[in-house]
Design a protein around this ligand. Sequence first.
Ligand code: BG6
Length: 505
Amino acid sequence: MKQTDNHILVIFGASGDLTERKLIPAIYNLYCRSFLPEKFAVLGVSRTKFTDEEYRKKVILENKHLKDNGSADKQAAFSEKIHYHAMETSDPNAYGSLKDRLTQLDISGNYIFYLSTPPSLYEVVSRSLSNVGLSNEEDGWKRIIIEKPFGYDLKTALELNKQLLSYFAEPQIYRIDHYLGKETVQNLLITRFANSIFEPLWNRNFIHHVEITAAETVGVEKRGGYYDGSGAMRDMIQNHLLQLAALVAMEPPVQATESAIRNERMKLFQSLRPLSPEDIEKNVIRGQYTSATIHGETVPGYREEEGVSPESRTETYVAMKFFIDNWRWSGVPFYIRTGKRMPTRVTEIVIHFNPTPHHLFVKNTGVMNQDNMLIIRIQPDEGMLLKFAMKIPGEGLRVTDVDMDFHYKDLADTYIPEAYERLLLDCIQGDATLYARGDAVEAAWQFIDPILKAWETNPNIKMYGYPAGTWGPENADDLVEGKHKNITWRYPCKNLSNDGIYCEL
Ligand code: BG6
């Protein structure tokens, strides 16, 4: 069991949405499950003036995201651990009073600083903490958690890493990517490296292509202002989807340790084949949702959303094809796509195996895809599905596809922690395995940067509109090339085992 020291978690951006929706509920769950040490405190920091009592009311009593999993007494006891400090985060002179407040709380010299602020404040906050000695580890450990977006492009990511490293050392810096904290994402390592049946097939000799989808039904909601300056490439692909690709494709680590696992993820990013200007034109498709009626309700197009420019050319959908230049994956295409306002919310990885070398049997017509597939469902209906061929009972030797599936919901009494819960606990315990290392973030940007630059400068690259509630621009299907004429993406449903026409969305 790893050690959980007494500590204070300082949250900058404490009156924001993330704190209320994810961070406080995650800490509360850890508290209810007795993962927190005897002495700990949370200190919320932001500009708005709250007393401790008012802040506790906001983030605990009136917080609808807090699961009712503890008794009233438990909640009251937890509430006592929450404190608030109003200050101007962008003012370096305000940090002396923050330090005094931390000393007054008298918990321990171990601090986590969680930066849930706009990225423009990352530099000033880390510099000011360092100026007043709050990055110094003489009297206890100091860790800083940086939320995404980590940089806006390669240049700004390099600058940000450089700035952070002048105030904190790399082992003190935790760059969060909440996808890595998802239980099903961590299970990728177990699926691959704790089973002997998959890994021997996990290479160019047996895998035809790999597909990763992260679809959302929601639009940009209240985040239009942020999103319009970001887009799907920066918001989802550069971080979450590339991290998924790394876990699917990386080599086995020598040991299950932080540095071994992070080294392998890093090596994978370094093996991504850079996209040429022609590849970008041909193999990266971007789209933007337009207004449509979904289940009788008219939803606005992206350009009509609050905070979004009416002439915006920001993408809400990306589909792309790329290759990994290493021994294992030579010649195997990877297809990834993400989009807002898709027909269903689903994140999954589909491993498409090669067809049999010689076709002995007539396949049943009307089957969507006739080769073996392993589907690793990240969310929802978390689980795994293997599709394989079977003889249709009766005369002749006719073949159809059947499913073998495992669903997390079938596990009795299993508690599946939220991503933030797992990640916060790891940081408290000093384990950065599921956080992104600086060099890996830079390598991921290195791959993405030319696409963003091409989109800015090449007027030939189209932006396709797609009606809200659909699977995005139709030509994304043309990206997927294969042995069958009609090969496309898998069109998943809410339930893992269904796809295609018979679907609950
Ligand atoms: C966030 C993005 O990082 O991930 C959001 O900024 C997106 O735009 C979200 O909605 C998706 O996360 P999840 O866990 O709901 O798949």
